[in-house]
Ligand binder design. Structure first.
Ligand code: ADP
Length: 404
């Protein structure tokens, strides 16, 4: 049997997603997710071309049980593709400043990922669990596990954008700096934009807007990330589903000193109760605020603040492009689907020469053509992100290199 498939694992803090795909033909054979890990009503979904499988797992299912469940399903006759898998690509959220490209996972690499859990306490430990369990379940592929980092695309950030203006020793000693995130998506968007515009990556100046439950904007100049909105952790930057993004750090002191909140509860507020959820007071889901935009003042505010912040970043990043911006690209669940958000963001940026074609923007068929700008505008594109494809291709590349 020809082994040509890569298993891609994306282990999040409370959910895990996986795909089994051919990095050459780009065909996804099986994919799925488990939602609500460690919570009540844990549920698993698995899809292939012809089959769909949904099942409620026992409440509070942990990583180990969840992954073993999925791996067994992949192995049994129902979704039989275990024997065709020859590599496993793991999405790793934080590689710190040590891991600036994808790597085959060795014990040394595991130690570094563990070390940088300090900056991604919800994600890196989950990613490590994914590696550990897949090595057990696929013992014959032990040396074909590859780590692909969300931070590595941003290793090209210059000091002027990655350093915070706090005493330098905190960078030198404690590695406090901006690392960015969503690098896998921004990197995929760069590659795809280069193909769509038929222009070499090294010559491209673009602003990539990944707008989803987590959101970030990246300034890419001559094919390199030169600034990005997420910081030491994915809490900085844009307004997100439940994360506040940028704020005055003094708010934390105020909440602690004057409101008597504990550090733990402040962290929970800024991470899980803010963003679209905090402002709308109802939901972290952008669709909710969009639906209620006309009728509910908080939903309207949530959308307005979200768009204001995205436009502000695009405006600021355009000044880093040495006078030539090739394109602004939207991606992620919101960027790909919300014509209201795209229209509102771009309407604030006419000064830069960005104009949206309102008809094309609202017509979902445009997706094939990518462009949503008017003729006289700088290019504005919508490109569906394919992080799993990027991870599979990186995994294939590294395994092939190792086997030469
Ligand atoms: P994640 O960061 O978890 O990968 P996604 O990229 O899937 O998230 O994006 C999730 C967000 O996309 C949610 O806020 C959801 O409301 C939004 N979204 C999905 N479809 C639409 C749509 N048709 N219109 C507006 N927002 C949408």
């Amino acid at each position: 049997m020809l082994k040509k498939l890569i298993l891609v694992l994306n282990c999040g803090s409370s959910s895990l997603k996986f795909s089994i795909l051919d990095p050459n033909s780009k065909k996804i054979y099986v994919s799925g997710m488990i939602e609500r890990l460690f919570l009540k009503n844990t549920v698993v979904f698995i899809y292939s071309d012809k089959k769909r499988y949904t099942k409620n797992l026992s409440d509070y299912t942990n990583y180990s049980d969840a992954l073993n469940f999925i791996f067994k399903k992949i192995k049994n006759k129902y979704f039989n593709c275990y024997n065709k898998i020859y590599g496993i690509g793991h999405r790793i959220v934080h590689g710190g400043d040590k891991l600036n490209k994808s790597v085959i996972i060795t014990d040394k690499i595991l130690k570094i990922i563990k070390k940088f859990s300090i900056f991604a306490p919800l994600h890196n430990p989950a990613n490590l669990k994914g590696i550990q369990i897949s090595k057990k379940f696929f013992p014959h592929l032990k040396k074909n596990n590859v780590a692909v980092f969300d931070t590595s695309f941003h290793s090209s950030l210059p000091k002027s954008s990655f350093l915070y203006a706090i005493p330098y020793k905190f960078y030198k000693k404690n590695k406090i700096r901006r690392y960015g995130a969503h690098g896998i998506s921004h990197n995929y968007i760069l590659n795809k934009t280069s193909k769509v515009l038929n222009k070499s990556k090294n010559l491209l100046n673009i602003i990539s807007c990944h707008l989803g439950n987590g959101s970030s904007v990246t300034a890419i100049k001559s094919g390199k990330s030169i600034d990005t909105s997420m910081g030491l952790t994915p809490l900085e930057g844009l307004v997100m589903g439940t994360r506040s993004g940028d704020l005055d750090p003094a708010i934390i002191f105020f909440m602690y000193n004057k409101l008597g909140l504990s550090i733990e509860s402040i962290e929970k507020i800024l991470t899980h109760k803010s963003g679209l959820l905090g402002i709308s007071t109802k939901s972290s889901d952008c669709r909710y605020s969009e639906k209620n935009y006309q009728y509910n003042k908080n939903s309207k505010l949530a959308i307005k603040i979200f768009c204001h912040r995205v436009a502000k970043y695009i405006g600021a990043y355009s000044t880093l492009m040495n006078g030539r911006l090739d394109a602004v690209v939207f991606t992620g669940g919101i960027g790909e689907n919300s014509f209201l958000i795209r229209r509102k963001v771009i309407s604030k940026l006419n000064l830069l020469g960005l104009y949206i074609d309102k008809n094309i923007n609202t017509n979902t068929k445009f997706h094939k053509k990518y462009f949503i700008n008017t003729k006289n505008s700088i290019k504005i594109l919508v490109i569906p992100t394919k992080e799993e494809l990027f991870i599979a291709q990186e995994t294939q590349k590294l395994i092939n290199k190792k086997n030469i």
